[in-house]
Design a protein around this ligand. Structure first.
Ligand code: RIB
Length: 292
């Protein structure tokens, strides 16, 4: 199954801090790095490193050409990654604390300049019925993307991150795979217990619903069956991009073999390596590094 990722690309400004800055405080940082990122970008990198053939559609400014080059070096098809002269590439300001946890401030930039016309043209040119379309929630035109993809018979994989109120109104009944973390699950369903997965299964009756639980691994609901997979042990340095790594490796294996249990396990193994390194995209392993 071919994979088209229609997703965000960001420049990540990453600051190592001994605690997260609080209101009224000016906080010196321990280090600064400018790194490639964006949930869409990270997931495309993960797909490519997991051995999948992937196209990335989206929008950057001229300040983001180096990010397009990064994808092309991984053999990602960037035919539908548009470069605009007017709006800069999206960016994120990321604090990473001593335990590897982070806070992220996002500025959408060019990611928010994707119009419904762009969606129509790109889906027409780049996707055929049965292909997988991977989406996050960091670009504009999301409702139109989901409904157009459903009309075209695409297999929609949605990672609704970052969660916003608008997600509640997305046509989630068309989604084939829904991947979200515990907080996003609670925000979407209003439930913090085990019934959250039941609620999502009702809302997306055709979907494989995957809930990522950090150091507790993942839970997956598929029809009447619920599977839990433990996390792989890791020394946590920086959790940024761990969910994206899981998603990319999961989708690569699911589209390759259709084996959901194997895809969950591969996603967990890859995420464990990601958290042991600094950065988002740059910390995503290859299949070789996972011994596959
Ligand atoms: O999921 C991590 C990503 O979230 C970062 O790379 C940042 O750009 C934000 O999109």
């Amino acid at each position: 199954m071919k994979v088209l990722n229609f997703g965000s690309i960001n420049i990540d400004h990453v600051y190592r801090v001994d605690h997260f800055v609080v209101p009224g405080e000016t906080l010196p940082t321990d280090s600064y790095q400018r790194l490639p990122g964006g949930k869409g970008f990270n997931q495309t990198v993960a797909l490519a490193r997991a051995g999948a053939a992937v196209s990335h559609a989206g929008r950057i400014g001229t300040d983001g050409i180096w990010l397009r080059d990064y994808l092309e070096a991984l053999n990602v098809d960037t035919t539908h990654l548009n470069v605009g002269e007017d709006i800069p590439t999206g960016h994120a300001v990321i604090q990473v604390g001593p335990t590897g946890e982070n806070t992220i401030l996002l500025h959408g930039g060019a990611n928010h300049c994707i119009a419904e016309d762009d969606v129509d043209r790109i889906l027409q040119d780049a996707a055929r019925a049965g292909d997988a379309l991977l989406l996050q929630n960091e670009i504009s035109a999301m409702p139109h993307l989901i409904s157009s993809a459903a009309d075209r018979g695409l297999q929609i994989v949605l990672n609704p991150a970052p969660m916003t109120r608008a997600v509640r109104d997305y046509a989630l009944e068309h989604v084939a795979v829904l991947i979200l973390n515990q907080v996003e699950c609670e925000q979407l369903t209003g439930r913090s217990d085990d019934t959250a997965l039941d609620a999502l299964a009702q809302r997306c009756p055709q979907a494989i619903v995957v809930q990522t639980l950090g150091e507790q691994g993942v839970r997956c609901r598929h029809g009447a069956e619920t599977v839990a997979i433990p996390a792989v042990d890791a020394e946590v340095v920086d959790t940024t991009g761990a969910g994206d790594t899981f998603t990319g490796f999961f989708v690569a294996e699911w589209t390759r073999s259709g084996d959901v249990a194997r895809a969950l396990q591969l996603g967990c193994s890859a995420a464990a390596v990601c958290v042991s390194r600094v950065g988002a995209a740059v910390s995503i392993p290859t299949l070789d590094e996972l011994g596959r």
